[in-house]
Structure formats: structure tokens, C-alpha cells
Design a protein around this ligand. Structure first.
Ligand SMILES: Cc1cc2nc3c(=O)[nH]c(=O)nc-3n(C[C@H](O)[C@H](O)[C@H](O)COP(=O)(O)O)c2cc1C
Length: 171
């Protein structure tokens, strides 16, 4: 049951986090170029929105450096990570300080907007921002998919309860 917390609307942050930890997701990295700056951010908040037109969404913390970069450039390229790409996820989640702009060892191509394309991911969508919706401390960027590629057909990286997981086939 939802409860309020001293004037703060909604459930408290601890309950919110506890329930969200039970949500298993894939892991993506959105890359962006804004002028001379290139950067990536690890995101689990990626979803298909519409097939016609082809739209996806990402939800980005307003405090993240990429937030302003995506807003200004109007583009992002979102990559679905493969099982073996935990170091890339950690890098663009800020768990390897100073590496948010480090693409030399993991990207050999760029999109027309200049965003790095991460090699050996499962696939990516190059997107133009068509809406930026306020989402509390995040902004939901809706992107029109202008290009994309299904690249390596390998197992996805999964994030659950604060840890990376592998998919086990039971059937
Ligand atoms: C698996 C995983 C999923 C994440 N999902 C999101 C997300 O959906 N949105 C978000 O804003 N940050 C998410 N983060 C946190 C950002 O990757 C992290 O805060 C990032 O380093 C912010 O970059 P900054 O240096 O530009 O602030 C996630 C981190 C991990 C490890």
C-alpha cells in the first residue's frame, strides 16, 4: 500500500528501490556527441514506444552530464549490451572514473550525428529526440529511430537486484 512520507508525495525511496531491484532488465548504453564532446551513459530505462513511427524511450537523470548533451544535440544512439560487456556497462555507469568519454577501445564507427557506435553489442538504434518529457528527477527522451542495426546475435547482459546476470535457458 502506498504511503506518504512527511509531505513528500508517494512511497519512500527505500521501498521504491526495494521493489525496483526485483525488476530484471537488459542493459543499454546511450552515446551522444555535443559539439566536441562525446560521452556515454549506462541505462536500464529503455523501452519500445511505437512501431509506426518507430519510437523508443530512455529516461535520463537530470544530474547526468549526458542529460544536457542529449537535450542540446537532439540525438542519442542507444546500444543493447551483450553478456560479455560488463566492463563497458561499468565504464558508462561511472564505476570506472574518468572513462565516460573513453571510446577508443570499444567503438570503430559513428552515427551521422557523430555519436560513437559501440562494437560487439547486440544491436543499436540511432535516434533523433522528438519529445523530452519531465519525469521527476529524470527526463524521458523519446527518440525517432532513424537508423539501426542488429549486430552480434549473442546473449544479452541482464541486470537484476544490483548485479549483472546471465540468462539461463530452462526449456
Ligand atoms: C545497470 C545500470 C542501469 C542504469 N540505468 C540508468 C537509467 O536508466 N537512467 C539513468 O539516468 N541512470 C542510470 N544508471 C546510472 C548511470 O549510468 C550513472 O549515474 C552515470 O554514471 C551518470 O553519468 P554522469 O557522470 O554523466 O552523471 C544506471 C546504472 C547501471 C549500472
Amino acid at each position: 500500500m502506498a504511503s506518504s512520507d512527511g509531505g513528500r508525495p508517494g512511497v519512500d525511496g527505500t521501498l521504491f528501490r526495494t521493489v525496483m531491484r526485483r525488476w530484471a532488465s537488459g542493459v543499454t548504453v546511450a552515446t551522444v556527441r555535443d559539439g566536441d564532446d562525446v560521452r556515454g551513459i549506462t541505462l536500464s530505462s529503455f523501452s519500445s514506444v511505437s512501431l509506426d513511427p518507430p519510437l523508443v524511450l530512455i529516461s535520463v537523470d537530470k544530474r547526468a552530464v549526458c542529460h544536457g548533451m542529449i537535450g542540446r544535440s537532439g540525438h542519442f544512439c542507444v546500444h543493447i549490451l551483450a553478456e560479455g560487456q560488463t566492463l563497458i556497462s561499468d565504464r558508462f555507469a561511472g564505476r570506472r572514473p574518468g572513462e565516460h568519454a573513453e571510446f577508443a577501445d570499444c567503438s570503430t564507427g559513428t552515427t551521422p550525428s557523430g555519436a560513437p557506435i559501440i562494437d560487439r553489442c547486440l544491436g543499436y538504434f540511432d535516434c533523433r529526440v522528438t519529445a523530452a518529457v519531465d519525469g521527476g528527477d529524470h527526463t524521458i527522451f523519446v527518440g525517432l529511430v532513424e537508423a539501426g542495426e542488429a549486430t552480434d546475435d549473442v546473449a544479452p547482459l541482464v541486470f537484476y537486484a544490483g548485479s549483472y546476470r546471465k540468462i539461463e535457458t530452462t526449456a
